[in-house]
Design a binder for this molecule. Structure first.
Ligand SMILES: Nc1nc2c(ncn2[C@@H]2O[C@H](COP(=O)(O)OP(=O)(O)OP(=O)(O)O)[C@@H](O)[C@H]2O)c(=O)[nH]1
Length: 276
């Protein structure tokens, strides 16, 4: 059995830094974590890559090709779809080798539409599973943007869309914790408490919009609660204990995540005519 993490999340959220930090931490405990760059538009990364999708296809080449007419987003989708076609998959399989029991992190592109609603990442997951990989999704979010309720809700819903689309064990990681000041850390801790739906729709949501749509916000918060999705692991990449915690939780998700039976619960939807 082989194990891998799909490292996902918005552009600049810290995916490559997460991969580099986890790889380095693994070395200190005599474990090997391999990393594969799956971003055809990547400019630089600090980990040691066992494979790089840019050796197969590069975004710049696609955008400059005379017979194609793509901008940056269309071009990136074209590159990822090429990876899941027979030629791309032959290359990919060869790069992954056939070592047993290893763990590979896939550093994915930051265009979240690839995994929130398109099929390309889902197809890649199925392919990896057919090659005997256990797959988990690690959704990386920038904690700096998660300290108010609107952004917290928006980031969490993107994570939820990814979780239901990919259908693999899912973990949320909050990065850049070292950049938060004390007040912001305290604010964030409030959101990491249970009963998030109460918080999102109460005193932390003071804007006019939030007041008007309070019940809707409450219900969305409850959906997140019921999917156990508001559980975030804060990561401080400068702290070995924090890195160890992430490694333990991702190992657990890979070993047992598929066996956990998560049941959704009954929802009480707000009345349709009450302005929500
Ligand atoms: N201080 C601090 N900076 C971080 C952390 N994580 C990422 N960064 C910085 O944030 C910027 C973006 O990080 P990346 O790791 O490149 O983010 P990414 O998600 O891989 O970005 P894309 O590949 O463009 O989607 C870089 O300047 C990193 O050095 C962190 O935990 N702490």
């Amino acid at each position: 059995m082989r194990y891998c993490q799909l490292v996902l999340g918005p552009a600049g959220s810290g995916k490559s830094t997460y991969c580099a930090a986890l790889q380095k931490h693994a070395e200190t405990i005599n474990r090997v974590i391999n990393v594969v760059n799956l971003d055809p538009a990547a400019e630089a990364y600090t980990y040691s890559a066992m494979a790089d999708v840019r050796d197969l296809i590069q975004l710049d080449d696609v955008m400059q090709a005379d017979d194609l007419d793509f901008g940056p987003n269309g071009g990136l989708i074209f590159c990822m779809e090429y990876l899941t076609e027979p030629d791309g998959l032959d290359w990919f399989k060869e790069q992954l080798g056939d070592y047993d029991d290893d763990c590979i992190l896939f550093d994915c592109p930051g265009q979240i539409e690839l995994y929130t609603h398109m099929d390309v990442m889902k197809n890649l997951v199925h392919q990896l599973q057919s090659w005997d990989f256990r797959v988990c999704a690690v959704f990386v979010l920038d904690s700096v943007y998660m300290v108010d309720s609107a952004k917290f809700l928006s980031g969490s819903l993107a994570a939820l869309a990814t979780m239901v689309q990919l259908e693999v064990p899912h973990i949320n990681i909050l990065t850049k914790m070292d950049l938060l000041n004390k007040a912001a850390r305290e604010q964030l801790e409030v959101f990491l408490e249970p009963e998030i739906h109460e918080l999102l729709s109460s005193e932390h949501s003071v804007s006019k919009f939030n007041k008007k749509y309070q019940k809707l916000t409450y219900t969305l918060g409850k959906v997140l609660d019921d999917f156990s999705l508001v559980r975030y692991i804060p990561l401080n990449i400068n702290n070995e204990e924090s890195l160890m915690d992430v490694l333990i939780q991702t190992d657990f998700a890979l070993q047992y995540g598929e066996d956990i039976d998560v049941k959704t619960q009954d929802y009480e939807y707000p009345d349709a005519d009450d302005g929500t």
